[in-house]
Structures are given as C-alpha cells and as structure tokens.
Write a protein that binds this ligand. Structure first.
Ligand SMILES: Nc1ncnc2c1ncn2[C@@H]1O[C@H](COP(=O)(O)OP(=O)(O)OP(=O)(O)O)[C@@H](O)[C@H]1O
Ligand SMILES: [Mg+2]
Length: 598
C-alpha cells in the first residue's frame, strides 16, 4: 500500500497519457476476456462433438475458437505496443523532471554524492518507475481480472467449486508470505550492491590513467572481489527464496487440482457432471489460482519499485538553490529581455560562505570596478575558487552580500547571473562534439565568424592551423586528445563568445608556457576592454601585469595593492612571491624588487 501512496505523491511528475492508457487497459481486458472464452468452447466441443457425435458443430466451433484466437492476438499486439510506448514516455518524463531538479539544487550537493548516485537515480530508478506503471501494475490488474472472471465462471458452473477456489486464495497468499520478508530483504540488498558496484565501475573507468600509472590493478581486483562477494551472496539467496516461494504455492495449487480431479471424476462416473464441463472447470480453477501465484511473484518487483520511488521522492525534496528559486518565481524567464553587456562593478561585503557546517570564506569584503584586471593570489586552499563560485551563485552565502552592477546577487536569477558573469573553471569540462560546438555550446545564434574570433582571442589560432578540419575537428569525451593548455584555451574561447560583463578565470594559464600565457592575457585584456576580469593565478607574469592584486589567506582577503606595494606591506604576499612561477626576465625584475624590499 505504501508503494501506491508513494506513487500518488509522484504522479504529478509523470505526465500520464490517460487516453492511451485507457485504450491499452481496454485492449488488455478484451484480450484476456477472449482467451478465457476458449475453455468453454472446448467443453462444448468435448460434450457435443466427441461424446454426442454431433459432427456439424466441428467447423463452427473451431472457426469460432480460431477467430477468438486471432482477435486476441490483435488486442495483445496493441496492448504490448502501447504499454511499451507509455513506459518509455513515463520514464523519460520523470527523468526530465529529475534532471531539471539536478540543475537547480546547490552544486556542492551534487559534488558531495558524485556521479554514481545520480546515474543510478536517473537511469535505474526512473526505468523502474516506468516499469512499475506500465508493467507491474498492468500485470497485477490483469491477473486480478483473470482471477475474478474465472471465479465468477466457476460459481456459475458449480457453486461448490467456486467456494473451494475462493477459500484457497488466502491460503495461497499466506504460504509464500512466509518467505516474503526474506525475499524483500535480499532483493533490497541486491539493489544496494548493484548501486555500489555501478558507482565503482564509473570510478574505475574515470581513473584508468591513475590505476595503470600507479600499478593499482591488483588493489582494484581485490576491492571488486569484496564487492562482488556481497552481490553474489545476496543475489543467490534472493533467487532461492523467490523460487521456493513460487514452487510451494505451485505445489499447493497442484494439490487442490488433484482433489478437484478426484471429486470431478467421481461426479462424471455417476453422470452428475459432463466430461467437457469437468475439463473446463479444472481449467477455470487453474485460471483462478495461478494469478495468486503470479501476484505473489510481483511483490518482489513492487518492493523494487517502492525503493526506487522512495529515492526519487527523497531527491525531489532536496531544496533548490536561491537563484533557481528566483527563476521559478519569475513568470516566464524565457522571455526575459536580452540585456546589453554593460560594465559592472562587484561589491562584496562581510561575506561568509560555507557548506555542510564548514565556513570557507570568512568575513570577506572587496570592491572591484570595471575596466581592470584583478589577480587573486593565495596558497592552495586559501579560498580563491570558492570565492569565484560564490560570485556566480554556486556556493551558499551564509552571511554578507554580493552586489553585481548594483544588484544583490541573491535577487538575481540563475540565467541573469550566467549572462552577466562568464567563468572558466580550474578544470573546464569539454563536451563531445566539434571544437566549434564546444565554443558555441548553448549560444545558438553565434555565427562561424564570431566563434572563430573567440577562438583567435583565446590564442587557439596555431592549433586550428595544425588541424585539417580546423574548427570542425571532432573531440571525444572531455577533449582527451587535446593538451591541458588547449583545453583551457577552448574554455576561455567559450567564455569570451558569451561576451560577459565580468570574466572570471580560475588558474586559466596553469598549463600554458610563458609566451602563450603572456599573449593570451594580452588578448583577453583587449577583448574585455572596459570590463572586469578576475584571475586566480600563481604566475608572476600574470600577477604583475594585473591592475590590482588581491591576496587571500585562509578564507580572508589579507592585502590588496600592486606588486611593489604588496612586497613592502604584505608579509603573506612577500612569503608567497618566491614561490610564484616566473620567467627569467620577470624573475630578474622581481628579485630586484625583492632585494629592495628586503
Ligand atoms: N564543497 C566544499 N565543502 C567543504 N569544503 C570545501 C568545499 N569546497 C572547498 N572546500 C574547502 O575550502 C577551502 C578552499 O578551497 P578552494 O578550492 O577555494 O581553494 P583555492 O584557493 O582555489 O585553492 P587552489 O589554489 O588549490 O585551487 C579548501 O580547504 C577546501 O578543502
Ligand atoms: Mg582553486
């Protein structure tokens, strides 16, 4: 019953096609009704043709049986096709809803669980829910229908047979019930093991490089063996209990049928019942009792559906982030006017940012104005990437305020933020497709010229010259055939194409040589003239070329100024300066200044 309550709560997320569902159910009942007429025709055939010798009835009775057979195949065909179609549609609907939700919950929530959970949720659980609606429910309803019709016919033929069948049903439900708890427990174990294995398999493929380079094959095999042992044990036990429960109810049905044959034969021998009617009554009794066995079998699948739907419901209840909430409140975000790019300043005051009880940014305030390049420096873990993620609304703000172009970030929608602020992450993600598709991704109105310009601004010219197909070169999963620096520049081109007011670059040049880096930063400066650029970097050249340097430590902004000022005033910056990556010319300059300061 819990399963049905769960389903009622999830029903609004599944767009049920009522017309087609009703047609499919009508075909199911018509088909089953026709199939159930057959034993009566054969009873008539035995009594009136075989026993009474009425040959004229052979052709009409067999034609009738054949006609019913053909018609029931037609109904079966429509029913199977429709339920298959509806099952897939329902699965895709719920998957669509879940994916929409994935796009709205806080990013740390996704990172915390990793892809394993979401692959199981979006793949397995949505498929189970589609299956519940268009297979399990249909089968249970069909079996119940067959059982009720057969009981009705049995009562009509002989009320005593009807009573025997009716009294057997609770017993047949009770016997396998003895094993049900064990079956349910082990089937839930099998599910958990499968999920765990799914997540590990995903990781196994993703970590192929590390596994081989570190020679971890043996460690991996041992880890897998432990996991597989659990699955094998649970799966074997589940199957054994399920088969036992099925076979025991089958055995009880055989006993009841044997008893009916015994009583029936006595009645036929004493001319109280015709042979045909005895054969028909045994068939109907079978038709009344077999569904009970089948329904028992479906309890296992129902349990699976309950677990899957429970997980779907739990996920749907995960609160969405503020910016998606703002988007929801807006009547029709799609019709929002396309804002012209305007220079925007950034004001951050007393900002505290954290997740899951950890405070990462602590009381951070800063003010950035358009037309400048700001370099953010700080030791690894200082909070640079966290600040950048907070500026695009991807980290929950605990306290304080972020204002972009005078507007409070918390009042902005997700789409408004992404139009205003462009970001290149520390590890950018590339999609399967061509270089051009990867640069233009999501920007459908971009012309080839615009895309090429963005690529050239990101200093991808020499790469494009080397490739015979240029921008149309295909790249595979995560752009694995590109170098780290090429991947970074591709992501920069993507951000530049969007022409944002503010461009955030999180260590965009870590994989580039000094010359390319210098050319790239100049090119970005040119393309973003009059706008705001924020760059986190450990490269001295980029730091020194910035208009202003902001020093972060332990989630706080500890100093601000240009290189020379900071070398004098900021012990943190001074301590870090010797670790900055430098080229020889800049190094000379820096060490000279360092010497002066020292
Ligand atoms: N979602 C999260 N939940 C909890 N802690 C986090 C989360 N994300 C980052 N942190 C922690 O916050 C701190 C700052 O991380 P962040 O990635 O912002 O540093 P960073 O300055 O960008 O470092 P790097 O130079 O290595 O990129 C780290 O100590 C990190 O462990
Ligand atoms: Mg970082």
């Amino acid at each position: 019953m819990h399963t049905f309550k769960l389903f009622r709560r999830l029903a609004p997320y599944v767009k049920i096609k009522w017309n087609l569902t009703l047609i499919a159910y009508a075909c199911t009942f018509l088909q089953l009704g026709l199939v159930m007429l057959q034993p009566l025709i054969f009873a008539y055939l035995i009594d009136h043709v075989l026993i009474e010798g009425n040959r004229d009835l052979i052709v009409p009775l067999l034609s009738l049986s054949l006609g019913i057979g053909v018609l029931s195949i037609v109904f079966l065909f429509i029913r199977v096709g429709l339920f298959r179609y509806l099952g897939i549609c329902n699965m895709l609907d719920i998957r669509d809803e879940l994916l929409k939700h994935v796009r709205q919950i806080p990013i740390p929530e996704i990172q915390k669980h990793g892809p394993g959970k979401f692959t199981a949720l979006l793949g397995m659980d949505t498929a189970t829910m589609g299956n519940f609606l268009n297979h399990i429910l249909v089968e249970i309803t069909s079996q119940l229908f067959m059982m009720l019709i057969s009981l009705g016919i049995l009562f009509y033929m002989d009320w005593r047979l009807g009573i025997v069948a009716t009294l057997s049903i609770p017993f047949l439900l009770w016997v396998p019930g003895l094993f049900r708890n064990a079956v349910v427990r082990y089937s839930s174990d099998v599910r958990t093991h499968n999920e765990e294995i799914g997540a590990y398999l995903y990781e196994a493929i993703e970590s192929s490089q590390e596994i081989r380079a570190l020679g971890l094959e043996g460690w991996e095999r041992k880890r897998n063996e432990t996991m597989y042992k659990g699955l094998v044990k649970a799966s074997t036990r589940e199957t054994l209990y399920a088969v036992m429960s099925f076979q025991i109810s089958g055995f009880v049905i055989s006993l009841i049928l044997a008893a009916i044959y015994w009583v029936g034969s006595y009645q036929v021998l004493h001319q109280m019942l015709t042979v045909g009617m005895m054969v028909a009554s045994v068939t109907y009794l079978q038709n009344a009792l077999n569904p009970v066995q089948q329904i028992n079998n479906f309890f296992r699948e129902l349990q699976g559906a309950e677990v899957a739907m429970g997980r779907i419901e739990q996920f749907i209840q995960t609160p969405i982030d503020l910016y998606s909430e703002n988007e929801r409140k807006q009547a029709s975000p799609a019709r929002e006017p396309q804002l012209e790019a305007t220079p925007s300043d950034i004001e951050v005051s007393s900002l505290r940012v954290g997740y899951g009880g950890t405070e990462i940014l602590k009381d951070l305030s800063l003010s950035l104005s358009p037309g400048k390049v700001y370099a953010f420096v700080g030791r690894s873990g200082a909070g640079k990437s966290t600040l950048f993620r907070a500026l695009i609304g991807m980290m929950p703000v605990l306290e304080g305020e972020i204002r972009i172009g005078g507007q409070n970030l918390e009042e902005m929608t997700r789409s408004a933020i992404s139009r205003k602020v462009g970001i290149v992450f520390q590890e950018p993600y590339l999609f399967r497709g061509t270089l051009m598709e990867n640069i233009a991704v999501g920007k459908l109105d971009a012309t080839e010229e615009m895309i090429l310009q963005a690529a050239l601004n990101a200093r991808l010219g020499s790469l494009l010259d080397q490739l015979p197909e240029g921008l149309h070169t295909k790249i595979d999963h995560k752009g694995f055939q590109l170098s780290g620096g090429q991947r970074q520049r591709l992501a920069i081109a993507r951000a530049l194409l969007h022409n944002p007011d503010i461009l955030i670059l999180d260590e965009p040049t870590s994989a580039l040589d000094q010359l390319t880096e210098s050319e790239l930063m100049n090119s970005i400066r040119h393309a973003m003239a009059g706008k705001t650029v924020l760059v986190a970097t450990h490269r001295l050249q980029t730091i020194m070329n910035a208009d202003r340097i902001l020093v972060m430590e332990n989630g706080c902004l500890v100093a601000e100024g240009d290189h020379e000022e900071l070398m004098k005033q900021s012990p943190e910056y001074y301590a870090m300066a010797s670790t900055f990556e430098r080229d020889t010319s800049v190094a000379g300059q820096a060490s000279h200044k360092e010497g002066v300061t020292a």
